[in-house]
Design a protein around this ligand. Structure first.
Ligand code: F6P
Length: 534
């Protein structure tokens, strides 16, 4: 299967003289270039995509067989071809089945694990399950990548719903993180969750052992206050964690797609099984939308096509994710793994090289903070940075509605400013109003020009509830899937992380002073520096 990039690129050239501002002068455009899933609205009218471009992008999706590939994913076909696995994170939040993998309905097992998690969460939350010192006050989730970013991001996002033990997250092998986290915690009332799909990740295993030793100082049997989340129950048992506190999942759940099952246990402990259920329901609602909405009204498909237009067709190298929602502060980091680990590939499914770069660099910070930091480049830098705004119509803090009005006004102002810009003539008029004339007026005016015509999209939702967070994450998961299908890559492996891991193993004895003679001169110099200063 191949599609016609040339036509799309030629069309992009043809319309390059039509500004987004001109496109927006059509009053129908906002409705025409937006779509909804439930209460969520996705506005892509402030992009340079016109009707013809959209049709061509939709043709692209059709040609790539997005619909049949999507159905193959949902029905458990082994679409992760390099690992020979199904891709069924959607089963973890499915509200009904059956869902077959290798001829077996996996839903009963998923539901049993969900019930086991809920039962355990309740006993921790109501104090029936106790640490040596009594009711559990703190939960430390030890995991990295997908075994950290999802629950860590979601615990912050849903903090208004948190009425369970405090949650903490340790991911980095840098001892500074675990030292700072454990400092001040009482080992006798702390529950340690070891979250690792493989239970072999060196960072997690090192941190888990450090936590166990920390606990052993005051707790007779540390294993009694430890929980394991993994596909490798035997390895958890070897750590002294009893089988009833091992929550398993299957290898058809990718690490970065795993927050919906056992890896979400810390979130469930924080907000309770009912709110966790609402989180799953939000994701399931987005799954339904993705499966049933026509491509032209399908949020994940449209989000993906806008991404492809901006990155592959227009050549914009990065994408800024800008939540005007402080509690989504970790969303950009979460999306960096979801998008860049999934689609940062240079090989197509069949092994051939990809045609263009595939995954854009994803970065961002919440607004309004970013406005006072890096927005200068977004508005006046040479390179165009497509911006993705996210904002809630309503905040949780009723008493602080004036804050939220300011937040909303700023969010909308940014996308408006990006489109409108400010011309040289307008800047000249501003300078004239300040009393400047002649060369100085021109010089000052030049610095105050905004080119405008910079694309952005906005995802707006009523309020950041568990349901809505579920919708948002599932929306991004499916967007990544669609981009991967269109680019003909496998979004579900991550071989690119392996080489560094292997070299780190080989370097361990060298940083302790071993013979570095086989290494390149730069690595040798750095090792020497460590020897002299470490
Ligand atoms: O090294 C990358 C990676 O495999 C991620 O894909 C994964 O989320 C993370 O490491 C952690 O893996 P695990 O859950 O097996 O410890």
């Amino acid at each position: 299967m191949d599609f016609n990039w040339t036509d799309l690129k030629a069309h992009k050239e043809r319309i390059s003289t039509t500004s987004i501002k001109t496109l927006l002068s059509n009053p129908e455009r906002a409705v025409d270039f937006s779509a909804r899933s439930g209460d969520m609205l996705f506005d892509y009218s402030k992009t340079s995509i016109d009707e013809k471009a959209r049709n061509a992008l939709l043709d692209l999706a059709q040609a790539a067989q997005v619909e049949s590939r999507r159905d193959a994913m949902f029905t458990g076909e082994p679409i992760n071809l390099t690992e020979g696995r199904a891709v069924l994170h959607t089963a973890l939040r499915a509200q009904s089945g059956p869902i077959f993998v290798d001829g077996q309905d996996v839903l009963p097992e998923v539901q049993a694990t969900r019930a086991q998690m809920a039962k355990f969460a309740e006993t921790v939350r109501n104090g029936t399950f106790q640490g040596q010192g009594g009711k559990i006050t703190d939960v430390v989730n030890i995991g990295i990548g997908g075994s950290d970013l999802g629950p860590a991001m979601a615990c912050i996002a849903l903090s208004p719903y948190a009425d369970g033990p405090r949650t903490h997250f340790v991911s980095n092998v840098d001892g500074a993180q675990i030292a700072d986290t454990l400092k001040g915690l009482d080992p006798t009332t702390t529950l340690v969750i070891v979250a690792s799909k493989t239970f072999t990740t060196i960072e997690t295993m090192t941190n888990a052992e450090t936590a166990r030793v920390w606990m052993a100082d005051q707790v007779e049997t540390p294993g009694n206050q430890m929980v394991a989340l993994s596909t490798a129950g035997d390895k958890a048992a070897a750590m002294g964690i009893s089988a009833d506190r091992v929550f398993g999942f299957e290898d058809w759940v990718g690490g970065r797609y795993s927050v919906w099952g056992p890896i979400g246990l810390s979130l469930m402990l924080a907000i309770g099984p009912d709110e966790f259920d609402a989180f799953l329901q939000g994701a399931a609602a987005m799954d339904d939308h993705f499966r049933t909405a026509p491509l032209g009204e399908n949020l994940p498909v449209l989000l993906a096509l806008v991404g492809i237009w901006n990155h592959q067709i227009c050549g914009h190298a990065t994408r800024a994710v800008l939540p005007y929602d402080q509690r989504l502060g970790r969303l950009p980091a979460y999306l960096q793994q979801l998008e860049m680990e999934s689609n940062g590939k240079f090989v197509r499914v069949g092994g051939e090289a990809v045609r263009d770069t595939v995954g854009p660099i994803v970065w961002g910070e919440p607004g309004t903070n970013g406005q006072h930091a890096f927005y200068q480049l977004i508005h006046q830098g040479k390179q165009v940075v497509p911006c993705e705004f996210l904002v809630a119509a309503k905040a949780h803090e009723d008493a602080l509605s004036h804050h939220h009005h300011l937040l909303l006004a700023n969010c909308l102002a940014q996308s408006e400013a990006l489109v409108l810009g400010r011309s040289f003539d307008e800047a000249m008029a501003l300078m004239a109003a300040k009393g400047l004339t002649g060369d100085e007026q021109i010089r000052q005016a030049r610095h105050r020009v905004f080119q405008g015509n910079r694309p952005s999209t906005t995802i707006i939702y009523p309020k950041l509830t568990p349901f809505v967070l579920g919708q948002i994450i599932a929306l991004y998961e499916h967007r990544v899937f669609v981009e991967g299908v269109v680019m003909d890559i496998n979004s579900f492996d991550q071989w690119g992380v392996e080489l560094g891991k292997e070299l780190a193993v080989a370097l361990q004895p060298l940083v302790k002073g071993g013979d570095a003679s086989g290494k390149d001169c730069s690595t040798q110099m750095l090792l020497n520096y460590i020897k002299e200063n470490g």
